[in-house]
Design a protein around this ligand. Structure first.
Ligand code: SF4
Ligand code: SF4
Length: 188
């Protein structure tokens, strides 16, 4: 167990209602923190280590909110993987499980039901081993080569819907010694 794991063991907030409430209540503070990170170019390493540490503390099968609240874009590779997993043709995956991407006329997204993604069963993914890249990488904290500064806006957008993101941002404030009052008086 590293020092971050010791620091955050058992200390994460996972109640989605409470996370939504706190995020809405502290919008201005979150925006100020986002601006602070945009201006100060912190190294990526500690953020990545912290993200992995918090991810280990949170059970996604007890949450599954991203499977309910996000739209999943599919690549041809994703469609092929799901087709092999289900033992059907890729065109059948497209026909049965996808709709046109409302934001990209050439793309497809997974169909949704009233409960979220069409592959969501209770809190479990029925195609987990073959789930799309976007699902495997969610909540995209590692960044795939993009700098921390470049991915800050998209990370902050997920603070109110993903317990991992919420807790990482909260813990990162402590890690870098950020405090709104000190920031305003120019001490940090
Ligand atoms: S990635 Fe975030 S929103 Fe998705 S299940 Fe895990 S904690 Fe919940
Ligand atoms: S494919 Fe699986 S992991 Fe991805 S959104 Fe649907 S249920 Fe969730």
């Amino acid at each position: 167990m590293n020092y971050l794991e010791r620091e955050y063991a058992g200390g994460v907030l996972t109640d989605l209602d409470e996370i939504r409430r706190l995020t809405a209540m502290h919008q201005a503070e979150l925006l100020a923190f986002q601006r602070h990170l945009n201006v100060h170019r912190y190294p990526d390493g500690p953020f990545r280590i912290l993200s992995r540490t918090v991810e280990k503390q949170i059970d996604c099968t007890a949450c599954a909110n991203c499977c309910r609240a996000t739209q999943v874009s599919l690549s041809d590779l994703d469609v092929g993987a799901i087709a092999r997993y289900l033992g059907i043709e890729p065109r059948e995956v497209i026909r049965q499980y996808t709709i046109p991407d409302p934001e990209d006329s050439r793309g497809r997204v997974l169909r949704q039901t009233k409960s979220g993604c069409i592959f969501l069963d209770q809190n479990l993914c029925m195609v987990y081993e073959a789930r799309p890249r976007a699902c495997r990488d969610f909540p995209h904290l590692a960044g795939g080569g993009r700098s921390l500064g470049g991915r800050i806006p998209s990370i902050f957008k997920r603070a109110g819907m993903c317990p991992i993101v919420y807790n990482v941002l909260d813990a990162y404030k402590k890690l870098i010694g950020y405090h709104p009052a000190r920031r305003l008086t120019g001490v940090a």
